[in-house]
Design a binder for this molecule. Structure first.
Ligand SMILES: CCCCCCCC/C=C\CC(=O)SCCNC(=O)CCNC(=O)[C@H](O)C(C)(C)COP(=O)(O)OP(=O)(O)OC[C@H]1O[C@@H](n2cnc3c(N)ncnc32)[C@H](O)[C@@H]1OP(=O)(O)O
Length: 338
């Protein structure tokens, strides 16, 4: 363990170095008010200039509420990932901040995952920069020293699901129209090994095999039964439930929780930290293939076409089409041939 700590502090694991080096001045207990709803103070100075990442810091408890705010679907574009990284760094460095609740300011959507247009029809330099930014967010969130709770208030496919999986605890709004999962294979792309490892660490091998191979998107009830999420609550109670749950996590002294978390996540994080450049190279090589570009273009167009053909295009409708019709479409054969 001493060697691990030394390696972390020497910077071989920069994300987790934060876990061990940051001051945990607040090792006592956190007391929440009973409703949990009046704890958030007016916004502090963390929010991005464009307000695409809104942060409300409760100075009394040290809990930051971070809301993704890029309508219509909180897709994770390069600018959003860059801003999110800056905000996460600031929170990590703030010695008064102990916990982070991640949610969305966009109704019915937690995050639609990676921005498809950042992976389409761009020069390789862009793909490379984009993928580095995706890696960076995963490293910061999965290796965060903060207690991290995801309040999943909408659909959360692919990269959106990954964001939630980085948390220590996931609470989802119990709305049957919402779905969550790593659906990459349905787009003709492949979840990278560190997406797979994050899922594997959460739900185990068999569920990972089935979920990743099928690109399954689950309803909240299904997700709960697979331990993809930890708790379901009515939508109106999501934030108070997350705040209350955070109280439980912050009752544990920070240093003990942080070292425990780093022990559990260290080897998974090292998996990427030890080969970031190779992973970027793989991504660029994969995503720039003509066959993959065709699949993505077809998928992006079909999202728009569905809107033209189905009125009104409810999320539940869209999800059913994504999951069922796509498997029989010409697009699917295209992927099979690629
Ligand atoms: C060897 C290593 C290889 C590595 C390979 C790469 C690995 C990549 C890993 C992760 C990939 C991803 O995260 S890919 C993104 C996957 N996301 C999805 O499949 C979600 C697609 N979207 C939806 O299912 C739905 O939009 C929704 C359920 C999220 C919301 O439905 P709703 O009906 O409310 O909204 P619309 O569908 O009408 O969408 C509104 C608007 O947003 C556009 N949109 C949707 N998703 C994205 C996205 N991910 N990126 C960019 N834009 C998106 C959609 O087209 C609509 O646009 P228009 O208004 O212009 O029509």
């Amino acid at each position: 363990m001493a060697a691990v700590l030394r390696k972390l502090i020497q910077g071989r694991l920069p994300a987790l170095a934060g876990v061990l080096c940051r001051r945990s001045g607040n090792e006592g207990h956190l007391f929440l008010n009973s409703s949990g709803s009046t704890l958030m103070q007016p916004r502090c100075g963390y929010s991005s200039p464009t307000e695409s990442v809104i942060v409300e810091m409760d100075k009394a408890t040290g809990v930051a509420l971070l809301k993704l705010n890029i309508p219509p679907v909180n897709s994770l574009s390069l600018p959003l990932l860059t801003e999110l990284a800056i905000v996460l760094d600031k929170l990590e460095m703030d010695k008064h901040c102990r916990g982070l609740i991640l949610t969305s300011a966009v109704p019915n959507i937690f995050s639609a995952g990676l921005n498809l247009f950042d992976m389409m029809d761009k020069p390789n330099e862009h793909y490379s920069e984009f993928w580095r930014a995706v890696q960076e967010i995963w490293i910061k969130l999965y290796g965060s020293s903060l207690a991290n709770i995801a309040a999943i208030n909408g659909s959360s496919p692919a990269g959106g699901c990954l964001l939630a999986l980085c948390s220590d605890y996931r609470i989802m709004a119990n709305n049957p129209h919402f779905t969550i999962g790593l659906n990459e294979t349905r787009l003709g792309i492949v979840a990278p090994f560190w997406f797979k490892d994050t899922l594997l660490n959460t739900v185990g091998k068999r569920t990972t095999e089935i979920s990743l191979n099928l690109g399954a998107l689950y309803s909240p009830t299904e997700a709960l039964s697979l331990h993809l999420v930890d708790r379901l609550v009515p939508e109106t109670q999501l934030l108070s439930a997350a705040t209350e749950e955070m109280g439980r996590w912050l009752q544990v002294p920070d240093h003990a929780r942080q070292i425990t978390k780093s022990m559990i996540r260290k080897s998974t994080l090292e998996g990427l930290l030890n080969q970031r450049e190779a992973d970027i190279k793989n991504f660029v090589e994969f995503i720039s293939r003509d066959s993959i570009q065709k699949s993505l273009q077809f998928y992006a167009q079909s999202l728009q076409k569905q809107k033209q053909h189905i009125h009104p295009p409810s999320s539940s409708c869209r999800q059913q089409i994504s999951s069922v019709t796509f498997a029989r479409s010409p697009w699917y054969s295209l992927i099979q041939r690629s």
